[in-house]
Design a protein around this ligand. Structure first.
Ligand code: ATP
Length: 374
């Protein structure tokens, strides 16, 4: 399976820069996830790799060889689209067989070989009982499996999956996500998978590339992207409920942080202060994920701040609540479903300073990351 490299690749559509001067490497056999909102350039990226869009600038390399001039049919890639793109008048069998029968395919298969290959792939995807159906007779999840079957049956060197779970309901999505884990281990094909769902990215990606308006915001393993987001933009898009961000001033001499909006102090430990000292600034944006804010019904021995509950709701087996401290509204979550505080009642919140992220107030870059100024 090839290692894919991009060298300063730019793809424009008139004034829109869909891929903006991108350079990166995707390892042989890697499951590489592109995470980004609508319009970030995810589909264009896949099309550029597939040879369906030609970049104005830059090189694309497979195993170190420039493939800019090699057409799609000869790149040995398979691309599945978000809307499945199945042939409506073909049965499932014939949809999956199409790439094997293509006149462009160098290797020719007998009818028996095609049947065998389709049987293997469809058994694996649990659609072998649907071979005679037409796409209109399938559910969204089944259509997605057929599209995937059509891609896998080619045994491509590179698998490009464009938002494969975007249009299936939550239950099927979880099921298919699990199946992707299995496929990923089984095939070890170099795979590029796009999504706008950070949970999918975190769960599946060997590495994740976070994309914003054609530009790479960050590339890293899931833990890095979640725990060390390069800037506030990435931090806000990875994690739900969204990370709390607020301005603060750090008073190194008194080992504490002050939030003017909340009119609250938070003690900082030596290791946190050492990191901040080397940055030599006193004003920051501080970020804290709702999971790492401690909420209590009563004051505790831990240093806490009194807050007023704005609202509470149950989401994904946890309680999510808004806590207002003066002009600062913070979102916190707890798995303690017995937490009984309701709207407008008092509650207490505690900060774990080791879980605070500090961002430069101007650039919004995470100051604990080296090279985060770029
Ligand atoms: P989505 O999640 O909505 O599918 P995306 O991240 O896949 O979005 P792209 O489809 O790659 O984003 O589009 C990136 C940008 O390029 C968008 O601004 C889009 O409007 C523009 N674009 C894409 N294809 C074309 C095209 N053929 N002609 C003109 N503009 C295009």
């Amino acid at each position: 399976m090839p290692r894919i490299s991009l060298e300063n690749v730019t793809k424009k559509f008139d004034e829109v820069v869909a891929i903006n001067n991108m350079s990166l490497e995707i390892e042989d056999g890697e499951f590489f996830v592109i995470l980004g909102p609508s319009g970030a350039g995810k589909t264009t990226f896949l099309k550029v790799i597939a040879g369906l869009e030609i970049p104005e600038i830059g090189n694309i390399l497979f195993d170190g060889k420039i493939i800019n001039d090699i057409d799609t049919a000869n790149r040995d890639v398979a691309l599945t689209f978000e809307n499945y793109s199945l042939y409506p008048h073909f049965t499932v069998f014939n949809n999956i067989a199409t790439p094997l029968k293509s006149p462009m395919k160098k290797k020719k298969y007998t009818a028996e070989q095609i049947k065998e290959k389709i049987e293997t792939v469809t058994k694996m995807l649990n659609i072998n009982h649907l071979l005679d159906r037409l796409p209109a007779e399938l559910s969204g999840g089944q259509k997605q499996r057929v599209a995937l079957g059509r891609a896998l049956v080619k045994e491509p060197q590179v698998l490009l999956l464009d938002e494969p779970l975007a249009h299936v309901d939550a239950k099927i999505r979880n099921q298919l996500r699990t199946e992707f884990h299995f496929l990923k281990e089984k095939f070890r094909t170099t795979t590029i998978y796009t999504t706008h769902d950070y949970k999918e990215a975190i769960s599946l990606g060997d590495r994740i590339m976070v994309l914003n308006e054609g530009k790479i915001e960050q590339i890293g393993v899931p833990e890095e992207i979640y725990n060390f987001p390069k800037n506030t933009w990435v931090a806000q898009r990875v994690g739900w409920p969204e990370i709390n961000l607020f301005e603060c001033t750090v008073d190194i001499d008194n080992s504490r942080l002050y939030s003017p909006a909340g009119d609250i102090y938070c003690n900082l430990s030596r290791s946190v202060l050492d990191n901040l000292k080397s940055y030599e600034k006193s004003d920051y944006m501080v970020g804290v994920r709702p999971q790492y804010l401690n909420i209590y019904e009563k004051p505790t021995s831990e240093r806490t701040e009194k807050a007023i509950c704005g609202w509470v709701e149950v989401l994904d087996n946890q309680l999510v609540c808004s806590a207002k401290v003066n002009h600062l509204e913070l979102i916190a979550t707890t798995h303690n479903l017995d937490f009984s505080i309701k709207d407008n009642q008092e509650l207490w919140i505690g900060f774990n300073d080791k879980r605070l992220m500090f961002f430069d107030k101007e650039t919004k870059n995470n100051i604990s990351l080296k090279n985060s100024e770029g």
